[in-house]
Ligand binder design. Structure first.
Ligand SMILES: *[C@@H]1O[C@H](CO)[C@@H](O)[C@H](O)[C@H]1NC(C)=O
Ligand SMILES: *[C@@H]1O[C@H](CO)[C@@H](O)[C@H](O)[C@H]1NC(C)=O
Ligand SMILES: *[C@@H]1O[C@H](CO)[C@@H](O)[C@H](O)[C@H]1NC(C)=O
Length: 154
């Protein structure tokens, strides 16, 4: 499997698991309330680190994930760990808008062709997109089929 695609998959899965974990923890009575002031401070610290790292990357390579995948991973981990430490969900709307503005800063001149579709269409990202779509279709088909079967049996 392509390492970048694998990395994205890992991020995706970790993100979901982390969110699920948080959700479960959130059901316990002693919840830490998300402190948005602290979150903002920590996020700008993550951003400063990422900007410092990106300064070392030639701007002409800013559209090529190969050159900064490690730095991006560090940044992503930074936002995640700090959000969780403060008691905020991750990803959360604040962190998402924060990451989007960071993307605008660095990747506004990159076409999505350059950023994501480096590989032939049979890569993991395609699979990641296709699987949920297929699952949805299958679930709908199953629901329809089950309800029809019930109709027949009743
Ligand atoms: C939120 O975090 C800020 C900065 O760390 C702190 O000054 C403030 O007291 C915190 N607020 C609450 C409600 O904990
Ligand atoms: C990104 O950089 C790597 C290493 O220099 C290179 O092999 C790859 O073709 C580049 N990808 C794009 C889309 O420019
Ligand atoms: C994007 O392109 C514009 C115009 O060419 C330039 O002024 C700007 O600095 C570029 N931004 C990035 C992040 O490379």
């Amino acid at each position: 499997m392509d390492t970048n695609a694998f990395f994205v998959l890992k991020l995706f899965v970790l993100g979901i698991c982390a969110t699920e974990d948080k959700r479960q923890q959130n059901q316990k009575p002693n919840v830490v309330i998300c402190n948005e002031t602290a979150l903002m401070l920590d996020m700008s610290r993550c951003e400063d680190d990422f900007k410092r790292d990106m300064d070392l990357v030639d701007p002409k390579n800013w559209c090529n994930l190969t050159y900064y995948i490690k730095e991006y991973n560090t940044f992503s981990t930074c936002t995640e760990q700090n959000s969780e430490r403060i008691g905020c969900f991750w990803p959360n709307p604040f962190v998402e808008s924060f990451i989007i503005s960071l993307h605008k800063h660095f990747f506004s001149n990159c076409t999505s062709d350059q950023v994501i579709w480096e590989d032939p269409p049979d890569n993991m990202l395609t699979i990641l997109i296709v699987i949920p779509v297929l699952l949805t279709v299958v679930m709908i088909a199953l629901v329809v089929w089950c309800s029809k079967r019930n109709d027949v049996m009743v």
